[in-house]
Design a protein around this ligand. Structure first.
Ligand code: AMP
Length: 432
């Protein structure tokens, strides 16, 4: 019987069979982040809604339609906080940076987070969930274009070290508060006469977040997007210089990239460099980010430049599978303890031996639920263990143990089995 309840739509169980992929991704991210001298940070799943609302902006899809927000129960004073389940990683990390005075440390402060659940009430479909997981990096405190290049180089190294092929970086600059407003006016001028013929979402974007007009996926609006004025021509001198330096420095990281003048990213807080990695023929978005030099101020801090990215773990795993990549298999047990008989002394001895081997750092399992010796041996074989460690009446009487080699093919039983003293078991198995 499958039981009465199912996981919510857009939410997924990650069963043991999937875990080798997750472990592989997590180990690789940790190793690469460490290589680039980033330090791990974990922030809470719940934040005050304002943390996201103030930073991501009212015009973003995430804030407008997708956040899981709710009023908390009233506390003793009777006030209720409105809380939101983390939809993205950056705002919480910047909140923590300000709250804990990390700006007093030598800058940049380079941080990463790993397999963090993100909640967005999107329409579930292949590769799009309501709970997904991201790893990400944030470097706060400097606006040096070399750190933009480092950030992009780091993410690319994660993908290549995972063995992914066919990865492409899309790169753009969306200017800053000096030059972007002027560009947005020009973009609006261009769109104003076309609005009647635009999709409903674009009509809203025109008012709330005009830059996102360039992000529209509706076929009817593609020709308008293609002919729209591009921001590159309107960048101010400092933004232009910064972007040129990013491109120059990026060469050191050997990242295949293309200029994508339509890349604007979904969240309002980005400035200057924005980027996204895609893979495969369908150009799946694997991860992306950008510079957010105004974000700390939106959270009440001093002006603090920063850059970061968020990258989807589920998307990477789908891509690994699409590219027929098999993750490293989980280590098999060394020993599987089998007891031959119903006497409780035998079962007790099996439990003691199992515990002793585990204490000694030897990966060990045994069967539970009163199985026959034959069923236990079957389970020992199925577990992939290297050795069955067998205890029967004779062994118990002699204070010994029988070790059977489960992997040796073609040997007769005599050669597959040895009997050792119980006191010598750990050292015997450790030497094999
Ligand atoms: P974003 O913050 O929207 O740029 O997302 C960063 C990355 O997270 C994307 O490039 C995707 O790889 C992944 N991602 C975003 N939304 C989802 C989702 N709903 N389901 C699965 N992965 C997602």
């Amino acid at each position: 019987m499958p039981g009465q309840y199912r996981a919510l739509q857009g939410f997924k169980d990650i069963l043991p069979g999937e875990q080798p992929y997750w472990r592989f991704v997590e180990n690789t991210v940790t190793a690469v982040a460490d290589l680039y001298a980033y330090h791990r940070i974990d922030t809470p799943t719940l934040e005050e809604t304002a943390v996201y609302r103030r930073t991501s902006g009212e015009g973003s899809d995430v804030v407008e339609k997708e956040m899981y927000s709710f009023d908390d129960r009233a506390d003793k004073e009777g006030s209720r906080a409105n809380l939101t389940m983390r939809p993205e990683g950056t705002a919480g990390v910047v909140r923590a940076y300000l709250e804990h005075g990390l700006y007093r440390l030598p800058q940049p402060v380079k941080l990463y987070y790993l397999s963090v659940p993100m909640f967005r009430r999107e329409k579930p479909q292949a590769g799009r969930y309501r709970e997904h997981h991201q790893f990400g990096c944030e470097a706060l405190g400097v606006d040096d274009p070399a750190i933009d290049a480092e950030m992009i180089g780091l993410l690319y190294q994660v993908y290549t070290q995972l063995g992914l092929e066919d990865i492409l970086l899309h790169l753009n600059s969306i200017g800053d508060r000096n030059c972007r407003p002027q560009y947005i006016e020009i973009l609006k001028e261009y769109y104003r006469p076309l609005l009647n013929d635009c999709c409903q979402d674009c009509k809203t974007r025109f008012i709330k977040n005009p830059l996102r007009l360039l992000d529209c996926k509706e076929p009817q609006d593609q020709a308008k997007i293609a002919a729209a004025p591009k921001i590159a021509a309107y960048l101010c001198e400092p933004c232009r210089e910064h972007f040129a330096a990013v491109q120059r420095l990026l060469a050191a990281y050997n990242v295949p990239w293309t200029l994508n003048p339509l890349l604007v990213r979904g969240l309002d807080y980005y400035t200057r460099t924005v980027f996204e990695f895609t893979s495969g023929i369908d150009k799946t978005a694997l991860g992306g980010g950008g510079r957010y030099d105004g974000l700390a101020e939106l959270l009440g801090g001093q002006p603090t430049p920063g850059i970061g990215f968020g990258a989807g773990v589920e998307r990477i795993i789908l891509e690994l599978k699409r590219q027929n990549f098999a993750p490293p298999v989980e280590e098999r047990p060394t020993a599987f303890v089998v007891y031959l008989g119903k006497a409780f002394e035998l079962k007790d001895a099996a439990v003691q031996i199992t515990a002793q081997l585990r204490r000694a750092g030897i990966k060990t399992d045994m069967s539970y639920g009163e199985r026959s010796p034959k069923a236990q041996m079957k389970q020992a074989n199925a577990s992939g263990a290297a050795y069955a460690v067998i205890i029967g009446e004779a062994e118990l009487a002699e204070d010994s143990i029988t070790i059977k080699d489960l992997q040796a093919e073609g040997l007769d039983t005599e050669k597959k089995q040895v009997q050792v003293k119980r006191s010598a078991l750990v050292s015997y198995l450790s030497c094999l």
